[in-house]
Design a protein around this ligand. Sequence first.
Ligand SMILES: Nc1ncnc2c1ncn2[C@@H]1O[C@H](COP(=O)(O)OP(=O)(O)OP(=O)(O)O)[C@@H](O)[C@H]1O
Length: 366
Amino acid sequence: MAIRLERLEKTYPESEQPVLTDVSVEVKDGEFFVIVGPSGCGKSTLLRMIAGLTSITAGRLLINDQPANKLPPKDRQLSMVFQSYALFPFLSVEANVGFGLKARHQTPAEITERVNYALEMVNLTEFRTRKPKALSGGQRQRVALARAIASEAKICLMDEPLSNLDAQLRAKMRIELKQLQRKLGLTVIYVTHDQVEAMTMADRVMVLKHRQVQQIDTPLNLYQRPKNEFVASFFGTPQINLLAATVQQQHLLINADLDFAIERPIEDGTEVTVGIRPNQLQFQVTVRNANARIESVAYLGDQVVATAVLSDDQTVRLVSDNTQLIKVGDLIRITGVSELTVFEQKTGNLMLVEKGSERDAAVTAG
Ligand SMILES: Nc1ncnc2c1ncn2[C@@H]1O[C@H](COP(=O)(O)OP(=O)(O)OP(=O)(O)O)[C@@H](O)[C@H]1O
């Protein structure tokens, strides 16, 4: 086990309320583990506790099976990569990469060998004598990565390392980073607020909100079996539809014009939230038996994303590959759904997932 957190808690001296409570997880050797959540949820705090840059209020931290709560940062055998790159502007690329090694009393020959290896790994050998200001954002980020590689630590902590890059470069660096992590067999703990980054890079993801862990799972499970409404709406673009409904005779009644049958029973009268991914809603343009009206349409090249208003004023997001199909003001009929998730309205917690068979949306004539 690379890292084990047992009921970690953090309260800063400035505040009475803890910023994190009851955080437990085991991160395996070679795992790419992502911590994700909205701004201020405590992601960086958690990473800094693992790094030893901020103290642990309660709970236990183990690094490579050794108790590490009080271990000085330099003895934790971790490397760190930050959003800001944290490069020395007056040092060359190779001096930046070798800096930490000098501090650890390596011989000059050893340092050169490691720096060469690290620069090669990130394709920066030809830039070795440049200063950081003569590099692009992506290249600077690679210098920061090379420094982590040169340290030879098997566990690398990364705090939003790609967030200063433009969208295209970020997408490219995600792939490079992931390849590098596999090649070097690194255990990575990676903080981001970006759900796409979390989904595309992680073996497992920890979702944090309001001081607490909401779910720890694979990207696929987070998407298909979210434990609560927050997790459901955090992942997926366009966002999942969350519609208020009441259960009546194994039907989810959204309004007088729209309900969905369910196979597994829920007690009549239960107030629920129905989660439906936009791509799982089927609809037709029709004036007969319409149950929604198109309110907005956004063209995304080969796809349109639209919003429609239901007769009870709830809004749903829809997607279609047929870019000619709909325009604002069209009346449509939602005809069915291929998968839906039901949450208890009171708690927001998952009750059931229904998938597989297409089920028709019942329509009241007129
Ligand atoms: N040194 C500190 N002293 C007191 N409170 C702090 C300190 N650092 C962070 N906090 C508070 O702890 C909470 C969590 O902060 P943290 O930086 O861990 O969140 P985050 O999820 O990384 O946010 P972001 O995505 O915006 O970087 C915030 O409410 C923040 O104000």
